[in-house]
Design a protein around this ligand. Structure first.
Ligand SMILES: Nc1nc2c(ncn2[C@@H]2O[C@H](COP(=O)(O)OP(=O)(O)OP(=O)(O)O)[C@@H](O)[C@H]2O)c(=O)[nH]1
Ligand SMILES: [Mg+2]
Length: 287
């Protein structure tokens, strides 16, 4: 349900609080002043990072798609999926925005994408510098990218969704202006997988999500697609085991026990998700 923070078990995860509606309204209103859109995508979930709410207001703008957190993804799979990002007047790049200096390639690309407009004004004798709006789902690295470009923490970042609130404008040394925006989602996800993928990478507030269900979903996905990584990280053998049995094995190996010698299942699930988010299980792409 839109604007309601309803904690569901897993099916029908939904997080579309009022501040996102407000942000989308602000983005639409500001779009007229923007020359280039910097669309930050979490490389582990390319398809689930695409917000259908953006389609209408970015349609005529040049777009720089940034496949961010590329250091955490399964390169081959992500590049295959990102072929779908094709559109007119767009450039796709891969990036690890948390790596110092990595953002250097971005500024010339903003200029390139705004070239037509710069040229049009130059003919009239006016020198303009482009404005770019940085958009994307929560926690995908928008503010980190901006900080990377301007050397110094000009915007607040953090490994949880909803860090940036309100519009923030940062002017680079060159004069290019970057608008940071709060991460936004949309009222209803197309599929349960979309919600689960967004939750796994930390784009949805933890309180909304049932951690144990999420861990079970992750184990199922990993045992089908990244079985070697899962076995290697936790020194387990998957054999024909189901997700719950695998989680029990992981808990046992880690020594996560509660009174009576039982496995601390909750702690195991939470640990698995944390390790996935940090990239400790391996370079993994969810969609
Ligand atoms: N490994 C890795 N971590 C990254 C990368 N980019 C950002 N991060 C981390 O991801 C977390 C979220 O970064 P933010 O820049 O705050 O994300 P945001 O998109 O601005 O988030 P909101 O403002 O909440 O929408 C931080 O812990 C960053 O250090 C990247 O390319 N690789
Ligand atoms: Mg931010």
């Amino acid at each position: 349900m839109a604007n309601k923070e309803n904690k569901g078990n897993a099916l029908g995860i939904n997080w579309f609080p009022g501040h996102m509606t407000k942000t989308l309204r602000m983005m639409k209103a500001e779009m007229d002043k923007v020359d280039v859109v910097i669309y930050v995508i979490d490389s582990r979930i390319v398809a689930s990072s695409l917000n259908p709410e953006f389609v209408s207001f970015i349609k005529n703008k040049p777009v720089l798609y940034v496949l961010n957190k590329f250091d955490l993804c399964d390169e081959k799979k992500t590049l295959e999926i990102s072929k779908n990002l094709k559109r007119e007047n767009a450039i796709v790049i891969k990036l690890d925005a948390s790596k110092s200096g990595a953002g250097k390639i971005v500024e010339p690309l903003i200029l390139k994408l705004a070239q037509n407009k710069i040229e049009k004004f130059r003919k009239k004798g006016i020198k303009i510098l482009p404005r770019a709006m940085v958009i994307g789902v929560p926690n995908c690295g928008k503010s980190t990218l901006i900080n990377n470009l301007c050397k110094g923490a000009k915007t607040e970042t953090g490994n949880r969704p909803g860090v940036t609130r309100g519009k923030q404008v940062v002017t680079l040394k060159s004069g290019i202006q970057l608008y940071d925006t709060p991460g936004t989602l949309w009222p209803k996800f197309e599929s349960d997988e979309t919600g689960l993928n967004l939750a796994l990478v930390g784009s949805i507030k933890n309180e909304i999500v049932d951690t144990n269900y999420l861990a079970k979903y992750l184990v199922n996905y990993l045992s089908k697609n990244y079985n070697n990584e899962l076995e290697y990280r936790y020194k387990i053998k998957l054999k024909e085991k189901d997700a719950i049995e695998i989680l029990q094995d992981i808990g046992k190996i880690r020594g996560f026990l509660i009174k009576g010698g039982e496995i601390d299942y909750d702690r195991t699930c939470a640990m698995l998700i944390t390790e996935f988010r940090k990239g400790l299980i391996g370079k993994i792409t969810l969609d």
